[in-house]
Design a binder for this molecule. Structure first.
Ligand code: GRG
Length: 305
């Protein structure tokens, strides 16, 4: 991507992030909805802290751009995107907890358990998880009830025991027993891949795409997920190598087995190129209208943060 195209792409990513943040702010307001009693101030503040503190909003972008390509209503796609971002942010809040990664900083700011306390961070994550399903299923997400039910069901599977949470569990186990290559690929497809896959599938479901298009976009999401994880592992290695002044190689990174630690940096860069190529091929039937999604795959593969 040349400089000018990169600037146009980043401007579009930022504009979409702005649109999603505006919606998230209203969904995270303190006013109770019909059927709710009160929304406790401190809990709401912790939820806002976990969601409205920056972030690239890549998953929402994928939902919205896929939905746009396939003709779903913008407002409905934005709500699906916001629901998915609530799940992503909950996972980060919980991942940062002392019992998990025990991180003090996230997106350059104190993590939720540091800014509030541990119990409040657990509850903020729980409430964000639940809110996601409220947003998706509510009639305000102006899609047919059957479509909303499908979106809810698929999100439950992407985020739950056979998806993100299951992947986190396998990742914790991997610290005790190193998985083989197939195990690494599987746990990453679950832990980080499942939500990215869902983002693209959900955009297609919201647009009422037929089975063939849905399968194509779901595969596109899987490839983007693989590229995201590989780029993330590469970033770990290169940032460690830069800070420690050692050559990036098999012993670089956080000590966890990854595709990069098994095959090395050069092979990982080559694999990333192949994945972007594969993603691009999947978009061929949509012609130039899919250019933004094509660029998104490239952006994810070459991201520096
Ligand atoms: C604790 C239930 C539970 C799940 C945690 C996804 C996950 C599972 C943990 C995230 C840990 C982590 C930092 C993984 C690396 C890849 C990743 C998901 C990075 C954060 O995603 P970005 O780069 O973040 O899209 P922003 O801040 O831009 O939203």
């Amino acid at each position: 991507m040349d400089r000018q195209m990169a600037d146009i792409f980043t401007a579009r990513l930022d504009a979409t992030a702005g649109q999603v943040v505006t919606l998230l702010k209203s969904l995270l307001s303190g006013s109770p909805l019909e059927g709710e009693i009160v929304r406790p101030d401190e809990l709401m503040a912790a939820m806002r802290h976990g969601v409205l503190n920056g972030g690239k909003r890549l998953r929402p972008f994928l939902v919205i751009e896929t939905a746009r390509l396939l003709g779903a209503p913008d407002a409905a796609a934005a709500r699906v995107a916001a629901a998915l971002e609530c799940i992503h942010c909950y996972s980060l809040v919980h991942d940062d907890l002392p019992a998990m990664d025990d991180d003090d900083l996230r997106r350059g700011q104190p993590t939720v358990h540091v800014a509030f306390d541990e119990a409040t961070a657990i509850l903020a994550g729980d409430a964000l998880l639940t809110l996601a399903f409220d947003i998706l299923s509510a009639p305000e997400t102006e899609l047919p009830a059957e479509t909303r039910l499908r979106l809810v069901n698929q999100l439950a599977r992407a985020a739950g025991v056979g998806g993100m949470v299951g992947g986190q569990s396998l990742d914790l186990r991997a610290e005790r027993v190193a998985p083989d290559e197939a195990g690494i690929v599987e746990l990453q497809a679950m832990k980080t891949g499942a939500l990215l896959r869902y983002a693209c599938a959900a955009g297609a479901v919201a647009a009422g795409a037929d089975d063939q298009v849905l399968a194509r976009m779901t595969r596109f999401g899987e490839i983007v997920g693989l590229a995201f994880q590989l780029a993330d592992d590469l970033l770990d290695v290169t940032s460690d190598a830069a800070t420690l002044g050692k050559a990036a190689g098999k012993d670089a990174g956080r000590g966890k087995a990854t595709w990069v630690s098994l095959h090395g940096v050069a092979a990982a860069r080559q694999r990333l190129e192949q994945l972007v190529e594969e993603a691009s091929e999947l978009l061929e039937p949509f012609g130039s209208e899919a250019e933004i999604l094509r660029q998104t795959a490239g952006f994810i593969a070459s991201r520096e943060r």
